[in-house]
Ligand binder design. Structure first.
Ligand code: ADP
Ligand code: MG
Length: 475
């Protein structure tokens, strides 16, 4: 990967740790519901998620399955032997006094995503959430025990932009696999940026970890801010003030603030959880079969769309936008081999429809079948591009059937050659002097005559066909 130099001599190194909640019916180790939309505190709880004495965890098989599928998608190694460990620490949101996680035997190791080498992806349980009011704090255990994938990258990210690109790609992968919604705003996905700056590309600087990142934009901004902070200190000869610590991103102030000095993994006293059996995943699951059953992955779809001739920025919309993606994919299935038609379809979705969505009150998505019908009318030259936009607007505000709308609004383009020929004949007879002029070599007259044809037909003829016919008759 290309490694840029900042301020003339500094190298940025970033490794990411991303937590993502997995989509399961129940929690990682109990039958309490995993419902990320629950708004009332402490509804999805049971004796296990509250750590009542004597309760025992039972591993959620679906969560293991999600992990294996994620691992296969990124080309990682799926461990045969895997186990769960206790990560001991005291905090009110973790009632057992430890979090069940994985230490020595993560389910997935290696692999890569968006060109970034992965260290591992392990499975753990989410914690509860604390709410700090003035004078007291509250704990909500709805989230405690939700299955959580933790992905760790190698320190091989060299720009702030790559941080958000990578995180987006992981979100897209989770959604594609149906493994999670990974909504950052809802806390379903949490990005932690580990970052250091050095003037020697072969050496690491002091590493700082930045948390409390609530959006892709914030991830990139936090990385950029932190890099600039390190560079400013280094430039000022105050490099020793860069401490190995955890910092938090302050979204309002757009700065990072020191939270705590970083604990070592020894502090957690990891050890295998004696309450949970060990797993031999290759005996439990038919991994080869799971691999063959993976859906089309984002990068594969990207390539397929790219081969259709669709431009890169539109591809990101067509594969990443939950609502638009199925509309386009349906069009692709209908017009599978007509690249030019699909490129047009992608333009209508990525520029016109997105414009309507952003600006029009009461916007609705067109039915995928209606959109396909519209595309077919465009392909068959039954409407011109102005008409197509008008019909799309109606589809996005009222819905309806494109052919009926076109009829009602008089947007149908005359493509019947016989009818166009009659109209062209009429114009030729009406403008003999101009026709003579054209025959004497004045090509510009063609435009004038076409203008008359369009006027005569009130703009309803297909201009390409009419021009052809006009040329034919005059030649
Ligand atoms: P820790 O033990 O502090 O948690 P790890 O070695 O587990 O550190 O790494 C955590 C994350 O930090 C990984 O994503 C890793 O790639 C990244 N990382 C490690 N060292 C550095 C560094 N010097 N600069 C930037 N990122 C780093
Ligand atoms: Mg670590």
């Amino acid at each position: 990967m290309e490694r840029p130099i900042y301020k003339g001599k500094y190298y940025l190194t970033i490794g990411l740790e991303i937590h993502a909640e997995l989509k399961t019916k129940t929690k990682m180790f109990s039958r309490a519901l995993n419902n990320p939309d629950e708004e009332e505190p402490n509804q999805n709880i049971d004796p296990v998620s509250l750590a009542h004495p004597g309760t025992l965890p039972v591993v959620n098989k679906k969560a293991l399955e999600h992990m294996i599928r994620i691992g296969l998608a990124v080309g990682g190694n799926i461990a045969n032997f895997t186990e769960f460990d206790r990560k001991n620490y005291f905090y009110p949101d973790i009632p057992k006094g430890y979090q069940i996680s994985q230490y020595k035997h993560p389910i997935v190791s290696g692999g890569s995503l968006a060109g970034v080498a992965l260290t591992r992806i392990h499975l753990e349980e989410d914690t509860g959430t604390n709410k700090h009011e003035s004078g007291y704090s509250l704990v909500d255990f709805n989230r405690a025990g939700i299955p959580l994938a933790e992905l760790v990258t190698e320190p091989v990210i060299y720009t702030p932009e790559k941080v958000s690109e990578f995180a987006k790609e992981f979100q897209l992968l989770l959604r594609t696999l149906g493994a999670g919604d990974a909504n950052l705003q809802k806390g379903e996905m949490r990005v932690e940026v580990n970052l250091s700056v050095s003037d020697d590309p072969a050496k690491f600087g002091t590493k700082v970890e930045v948390k409390n990142i609530g959006s892709f934009k914030a991830a990139e901004a936090a990385a950029r801010y932190e890099m600039d902070r390190h560079i400013a200190l280094l430039e000022d000869g105050r490099g020793d003030e860069i401490k190995q610590e955890t910092r938090g991103w302050d979204e309002d102030k757009q700065i990072t603030v020191s939270q705590r000095s970083k604990e070592n993994s020894e502090d957690y006293r990891y050890f295998p959880d004696p309450d949970i059996p060990k797993f031999y995943l290759h005996e439990m699951f038919d991994i080869e079969k799971m691999k063959s059953e993976l859906p089309e992955l984002p990068w594969q779809k990207r390539e397929r769309y790219s081969n259709l001739g669709i431009k890169a920025e539109d591809i990101e919309i067509l594969i990443g936008d939950k609502e638009i993606a199925p509309i386009f994919e349906h069009a692709v299935s209908v017009f599978s081999n007509q690249k030019d038609v699909l490129v047009k379809a992608s333009n209508y979705l990525c520029s016109d429809l997105l414009g309507y969505r952003a600006n029009i009150e009461g916007f609705q998505y067109p039915q995928k079948e209606s959109f396909a019908e519209l595309v077919e009318m465009i392909a068959k030259n039954l409407i011109n591009s102005r008409g197509a936009k008008d019909i799309l607007l109606i589809l996005c505000t009222q819905g309806g059937k494109p052919s009926v709308i076109a009829e009602e609004k008089g947007l149908l383009q005359q493509s019947d050659e016989g009818a166009i020929k009659t109209m062209v004949q009429k114009i030729i007879e009406g403008f003999p002097a101009q026709v003579e002029d054209y025959k004497n070599g004045n090509e510009n007259v063609l435009k004038f005559l076409m203008g008359q044809v369009m006027k005569e037909s009130k703009g309803s003829v297909n201009p390409e066909i009419a021009t052809e016919i006009l040329k034919q008759i005059l030649s």
